[in-house]
Design a protein around this ligand. Structure first.
Ligand code: DCP
Ligand code: MG
Length: 425
């Protein structure tokens, strides 16, 4: 039998369905099919729930005992919602008070990052057992190179996608959606076509029918600002973008971004699936429960600032990096953000130095307005050589619930973000 010498490139993008919520439903299967949102303080809520029903296994706690959105007050934000809740217009990044108006009966569960990370590792291990060339793109999504994997070319990749979907479900009880296309850019769009639990195949000939009718925003790398600027020129769909001359896009959007927009609209993307990538920065940030003022809330703010630096130092130690560029990010009560950073002459990872340098950055911003958010970031990272003992950094457990999981920025996404927003923080 003849096999093709150069099989066409087939790249998959796999994204878990309603990830945080689906992991919670494994614990509380009695909530299946109901509107459920995930957000708010870490585990506080259902600790109370469990204490009340200490005599029952988790899956037998009556549905009526769960907290619902209408009883929520605060400024928490929803991380994700089950598909049943999405029918009410509730979704990621929405304030919980607003969500409560749309779907007061939705059940509210707190986030449990450790559990989501555990499931993240599990589903990724299932994938690499079947298809070893996988690029980790965050807690619930990956790219997979199907090109040379058995089944990766059959039915455009559908056969292998089906096998991976089933294997993940068997190992974890979780569903995912997969897009298979000639490259990452198209695969990323395709994985959204049939959510949840769907598979979508895009072939080179499908560009005009499947991709061009979509809004430009569906291109991963076209953010709200670029979308707005495109719309101002009457460009709403990817087809309309493809119809513009490359030269015009370059002169309007700059050499690099303009050329990239043109390629993206024509479905061109040569990026490889990268199995390991070095982070360019690691950061921690937190949104306060109430806006804080640098002078009037000095003690509280100072404690939060120190805690962030300690957690960041612990992240650096755990991941094995030191960094030379230390920066801060602030968001004011009017949602405006500012960043400042400073590069020192040697790479560090200890909390005290992070705190000192970040403190100097803080002196360079306007502190007369109230603050919503504070973040600390370390960039210009270098890996710490294996075998060199590291000083251990204190980790503050009581603060964990308010601070988000560490955010690790890897090279390609950092560059893309810089292109879109003009900022590297
Ligand atoms: N997430 C978050 N804040 C956001 C968006 C997402 O905390 N603004 C978290 C919760 C999600 C997870 O990241 O479960 C993955 O994000 P996705 O965008 O993939 O959303 P879901 O997996 O929840 O839903 P979908 O089925 O649409 O992929
Ligand atoms: Mg997802």
């Amino acid at each position: 039998m003849l096999s093709p010498v150069n099989p066409p490139r087939r790249i998959a993008h796999l994204d878990m369905d309603a990830f945080y919520a689906s992991v919670e439903l494994l614990r509380y299967p009695q909530l299946k099919g109901l509107p459920v949102v995930i957000g708010g303080g870490r585990r506080r809520l259902d600790d109370a729930l469990r204490e009340h029903h200490a005599d029952l296994p988790l899956h037998e706690i009556p549905v009526a005992a769960f907290p619902v959105l209408k009883d929520y007050t605060g400024r928490g934000v929803i991380t994700t919602a089950t598909y049943a809740a999405r029918q009410f217009g509730v979704g990621s990044a929405m304030g919980m008070m607003k969500a409560a108006r749309l779907c007061p009966q939705a059940i509210l569960l707190p986030v449990d990052f450790d559990e989501y990370r555990r499931y993240s590792r599990r589903f990724k291990a299932v994938i690499t057992d079947i298809a070893p060339v996988m690029e980790d793109r965050g807690v619930d999504e990956v790219y997979i190179d199907f090109t040379a994997v058995p089944g990766g070319q059959r039915e455009g990749g559908r056969v292998l996608a089906r096998l991976i979907q089933k294997s993940i479900f068997d190992a974890t009880g979780l569903t995912c959606s997969v897009g298979v296309a000639p490259n990452k850019l198209l695969a990323k769009m395709a994985s959204e076509f049939n959510k949840p639990n769907g598979i979508s195949i895009v072939q080179p000939d499908d560009l005009q029918t499947l991709i061009w009718p979509l809004a430009c925003r569906k291109i991963n790398g076209v953010g709200p600002k670029a979308e707005e600027k495109l719309a101002a020129h009457g460009i709403r769909t990817i087809g309309e973008l493809a119809a513009r001359e490359r030269d015009w896009l370059v002169s309007t959007f700059g050499r690099s971004y303009g050329a990239w927009l043109h390629d993206a609209a024509w479905g061109r993307d040569e990026r490889a699936v990268v199995t390991e990538s070095e982070p360019v920065s690691i950061s921690r940030e937190t949104t306060f429960e109430r806006d804080l003022h640098a002078v009037r809330d000095k003690a509280e703010l100072g404690a939060i600032f120190t805690r962030l630096c300690e957690q960041l130092a612990a992240d650096l130690a755990r991941k094995g990096y030191r960094g030379k560029t230390i920066g801060i990010k602030l968001r004011y009560d009017n949602f405006q953000s500012v960043t400042r950073d400073q590069t020192i002459d040697h790479a560090v990872q200890d909390a005290a130095t992070l705190r000192r340098v970040a403190g100097q950055c803080l002196k360079r911003v306007d502190l007369s307005r109230r603050l919503r958010l504070l973040g600390v970031r370390v960039g210009s990272l270098t890996p710490v050589e294996a075998g060199v003992p590291l000083p251990s950094a204190p980790v503050a457990a009581d603060f964990e619930r308010k601070v988000q999981a560490p955010s690790v920025k890897r090279s390609s996404s950092a560059i893309k973000k810089q292109l879109v927003s003009g900022s590297l923080f």
